[in-house]
Design a protein around this ligand. Structure first.
Ligand SMILES: C[S@@+](CC[C@H](N)C(=O)[O-])C[C@H]1O[C@@H](n2cnc3c(N)ncnc32)[C@H](O)[C@@H]1O
Length: 252
């Protein structure tokens, strides 16, 4: 590994990943070595990262993001998407919600590079990116009641029983999301994995601050149409998987 790679833009710090000790008694995903997943960027993507990441991206850090300063505008709603992958739906939705600040959180650098490319080429003004574990980004970089929406589209299903503890949808994550949402804010989750859907079905009422709204919810105060069939969703459809969508509203 060369030094440029190690210290390049958007690199996560070495050593143990940040992992908050929540004292709620609830369940949180345990990522283990997933955090270290590496990916190689093409030379073009590296150049794009070096040029644009400092303005449009951040890595997980112990500091609250000043959202208006980062987006250069005051008083706009903010939605956080966890696990944006290659950002296919992120980039397709953002222009339709131009008045909303979109923050895409992803661990996988090549995915972020792809989204960064779409943002730069498409001159999309309302997307910013954070590289890091979505749970830690929520806990450390966003204040309580700072978000109007949280999206988790097609989270990794972790199908094996011994890996279920890695699933991002857990009682603790739902609680953390609820604390970060403003009253009336919305959580939107989609999965094409039948077993994960069953898992979520059991958790829809677990967080008292979230009112489960089901699907569809016509009056939802944010865009719920994902616009495109993402890579993962496409694969699901080929296998005749059913897509399940979930919406919750922060009470109050
Ligand atoms: C199955 S993919 C779906 C990507 C995208 N939402 C889509 O629909 O195409 C799940 C993504 O979540 C990311 N991911 C998994 N756990 C995460 C976490 N704790 N924080 C941020 N991203 C995470 C993975 O790197 C992966 O890109």
């Amino acid at each position: 590994m060369n030094t440029t790679q190690r210290h390049g833009a958007g690199e996560l710090p070495h050593g143990r990943p940040m992992q908050t000790d929540f004292d709620t008694g609830l369940d949180y995903p345990r990522l283990g070595s997933v955090t270290f997943r590496r990916g190689t960027l093409t030379d073009n993507q590296e150049a794009l990262f070096e040029e644009h990441w400092p303005r449009l991206g951040r890595t997980l850090a112990d500091e609250t993001i000043d959202i208006p300063a980062w987006f250069g505008r005051e008083g706009h709603p903010t939605i956080l998407e966890i696990g944006s992958g290659t950002g296919t739906s992120t980039a397709a939705m953002a222009p339709l919600e131009a008045e909303t600040n979109i923050v895409a959180v992803e661990l996988y650098k090549p995915g972020l590079a792809k989204l960064l490319g779409s943002v730069v080429r498409g001159e999309i003004e309302n997307i910013r990116m954070v590289r890091g574990d979505g749970v830690e980004v929520l806990a450390r970089m966003f204040g309580e009641e700072s978000l109007d929406g949280v999206r988790i589209f097609f989270p990794d299903p972790w199908p094996k029983a011994r890996h279920h503890k890695r699933r991002i949808i857990q009682s603790g994550t739902l609680n953390l999301i609820a604390t970060r949402l403003k009253p009336g804010g919305v959580l939107h989750v989609a999965t094409d994995h039948a077993d994960y859907a069953e898992w979520i079905d059991e958790l829809v009422e677990v967080e008292p601050q979230l009112e489960y709204m089901g699907w569809p919810w016509e009056e939802a105060p944010l865009l719920t149409d994902r616009q495109v069939i993402t890579k993962f969703e496409g694969k699901g459809l080929e296998k005749d998987h059913v897509i399940r969508e979930y919406l919750w509203r922060k009470k109050g």
